[in-house]
Ligand binder design. Structure first.
Ligand code: CA
Length: 231
């Protein structure tokens, strides 16, 4: 890596913090670390941070407050670290502007995969203005022509199915909450019609997945939302 990315690791558990920093530095990342929200905020305003890895349970302030504050001026990727069975907390963090989450305990592989996706997404976002065609496996989308191809052959999607799939493609590899998807597809005043989304998703999967019950492209994140596989 000729231009190392700087990751701010915010975690009050010393052992976990050291474990994360050790892994990231071994991969060539530069790390800053903080054990509370105040120190984290100090780094975020004074240093050039490329990605924030944020534990939600901190001793001074709630991690959610850090997300709110940071999003007032910055779009850097935020990955939250959450305890097991905290689906509501994960969804809330995502809706407030976090990009993804890791559930404790997580492996080195998961940690690095989430970080790569989040950092790549920043580049992907900049690249889509140049190349409107995005693909994953045999599935591709032309965002200019609004066409979807499976194994090179065009497939017909309804307008809502297309909105759903293009939203997932623009966020490839990232988890999207049910609320964020509803807002994108149905707009303001979307309500909370998760059943409509499930029906829409089932229809879309029948058109793009070989085995809709075991989807290859659109993965369900139980209790949170959906994620388009990134390879
Ligand atoms: Ca904690």
């Amino acid at each position: 890596m000729n231009n190392p990315k700087t990751i701010l690791v915010v975690e009050d558990d010393r052992q976990i913090r050291h474990f994360i920093v050790y892994i990231l530095e071994a991969e060539g990342f530069q790390c800053l670390s903080a054990d509370d929200a105040q120190t984290a905020m100090m780094f975020l305003v004074s240093e050039n941070v490329d990605l924030l890895l944020l534990d939600l349970g901190l001793p001074d302030f709630d991690g959610m407050d850090v997300i709110d504050k940071l999003r007032e001026w910055s779009n850097i990727p935020i990955i939250v670290v959450s305890a097991r069975d905290q689906d509501r907390e994960k969804a809330e963090a995502l809706d407030r502007g976090a990009d993804d989450y890791l559930t404790k305990p997580f492996s080195k592989t998961e940690l690095l995969a989430r970080i790569r996706v989040a950092l790549r997404h920043v580049e992907l976002f900049e690249a889509t203005t140049r190349d409107p065609v995005l693909s994953v496996g045999d599935l591709s989308i032309d965002l200019d022509k609004q066409q979807v191809f499976l194994k090179g052959a065009p497939i017909h999607l309804t307008q809502k199915e297309y909105s759903l799939l293009s939203f997932l493609f623009k966020n490839m590899g990232k988890v999207l909450t049910t609320q964020a998807i509803l807002r994108e597809i149905y707009g303001v005043g979307y309500g909370t019609d998760t059943r409509a989304l499930r029906t829409l998703m089932a229809g879309l999967r029948r058109k793009i997945e070989t085995t809709p019950a075991k989807p290859r492209y659109i993965k369900t994140e139980i209790g949170v939302g959906y994620r388009l596989a990134d390879q």
